[in-house]
Design a protein around this ligand. Sequence first.
Ligand code: RIB
Ligand code: CA
Length: 319
Amino acid sequence: MTKRIIIDTDPGVDDALTFLLALASPEIQLEALTTVCGNIGIDKTTRNALAVLELAHASHIPVARGCSLPLVSSPGKSGEVVHGTSGVGKAVLPEPKSQPVEQHAIDYLIERILAEPQEITLFTIGPMTNLALAIRKEPRITQALKELVIMGGAIKQGGNVTPLAEFNIHADPHAAHIVFHSGIPITLIPLDATYKCLLTVADVERLNRIDSPIARFVRDATATYMDFYKKYEGFDGCALHDPLTLAAIIAPEIFTYEEHHIDVDISGGVSNGNTFADFMKISKKPANMKVALDVRGRDFIELFIERMETLSRSIQDST
Ligand code: RIB
Ligand code: CA
């Protein structure tokens, strides 16, 4: 059965690939995008969301512009070194013709979730500022939201923005704290799983045997991303952090999930933004989420490339 989803996002190279995967997946109906500051500022994340939908002939999908700052923290270091100054690597996308909806992302999320209780699955693939404020403004969404899938956190794996913290959580740890303790049914896809999903140059070359603006976008957008991974993390490839979240719908069998009580450090010290599991159940608190601690990463990459090939064949250069 098709699942109706909204993606809250800070595009962002891997965020952009997530939109394309959602559009290429018959199991998913992409209802809307809500944007937030994160990898790059809100003007660019909102523009990129509109521009990538236009590239994929999906401008009918609404985009709602969200928060430009975290709840408490000062804006984190820019993600430009990873995602490029545009936020989509070396890809060059025309200025989008479409505009975001009038509503702020917080109000858009509240309206859509309350209008159809238990129908919408929300994916957060950036800092959770919009969702945290929506929960505070209208707590009823915690009962109406069908499920929340989060790309974020690092449980047994080290962090990627500090030794202990993953980028999306570290960028707004207070928002994560509100969401983690909201009672919403949560599936967490942390770095423990996402770092096992490495897209390689060979994968991108295979995709580009198809002459399509989609294939070229994947090549150009990931070019900066791959440069970063080579230079700073010693990988030949790049981790598809955000796209992997969609496997919770399109290929749940590739994950190894455990149920745990997960919390986030908001103390402001050296471990600020650290996400940790109560593996020994010392707090006696019930599990508050399902966590993907392992994944068949290569199976996901194969699925991703196959679906990008299908999307590329369907979207050719306009004559
Ligand atoms: O840590 C990975 C996350 O940080 C991804 O969502 C990526 O887009 C960046 O936002
Ligand atoms: Ca992201």
